[in-house]
Write a protein that binds this ligand. Structure first.
Ligand SMILES: C[S@@+](CC[C@H](N)C(=O)[O-])C[C@H]1O[C@@H](n2cnc3c(N)ncnc32)[C@H](O)[C@@H]1O
Length: 168
């Protein structure tokens, strides 16, 4: 099953993300991927640069990819310091690596059959330099580990606080 997003999806969900949540998520990335060790980051399924924009300001060299052309157009406008391209995550072999880290955030993985999902993980691994890291998360408050490629080890309770605060 393909994972596609309409313009309405971006408006309804991305625009309603509580202020502060992105900052909390980026702080998590900074802790897990210190800039001096992991400067070159691939934001896989970057959307309209929600994280890439903040990471770039912090000094990370971010390349963002997303299958959605309109999201990439928006990303380029919002974040001129990073590079972006329209790319299906099943075609990662065309990307110039290596990267120090790959981040794949907010429900952006696992929508294909098992063989395809596994193939994507292998391609992510192939893009990473030795000792690099890949972070994938449905919600950064949850720990996820898949096949040694994916590693999210730190619970972030502030994320739940942000989401709860926005509901009230
Ligand atoms: C839930 S959004 C998350 C966006 C961004 N990571 C964030 O946290 O704001 C999922 C993103 O995955 C992208 N996507 C879905 N299928 C994809 C694919 N096959 N290849 C690349 N991107 C894809 C969508 O276009 C969408 O921008």
């Amino acid at each position: 099953m393909a994972n596609s997003y309409s313009a309405d999806w971006y408006t309804i969900f991305l625009d309603s993300i509580p202020a502060g949540l992105t900052q909390v998520e980026v702080a998590f990335i900074e802790r897990q991927l210190p800039l001096d060790e992991f400067p070159r980051v691939l934001d896989l399924c970057c959307g309209p640069a929600r994280h890439a924009a903040v990471l770039s300001k912090l000094g990370y060299r971010v390349h963002g990819v997303d299958v959605n052309e309109s999201a990439i157009r928006q990303a380029r406008t919002i974040c001129p310091d990073a590079t972006f391209e329209v790319l299906d995550m099943r075609k990662l072999e065309s990307l110039p690596g290596p990267f120090d880290a790959v981040v794949n955030l907010w429900h952006s993985f696992g929508y294909f059959d098992d063989a395809t999902n596994f193939d994507i993980l292998c391609r992510i691994r192939a893009l990473l330099r030795p000792a690099a890291r890949a972070k994938q998360s449905a919600n950064l408050a949850q720990d996820v580990e898949v096949g040694g490629v994916v590693e999210v080890t730190e619970a972030v309770p502030e994320i739940d606080d942000c989401v709860e605060g926005a509901r009230q």
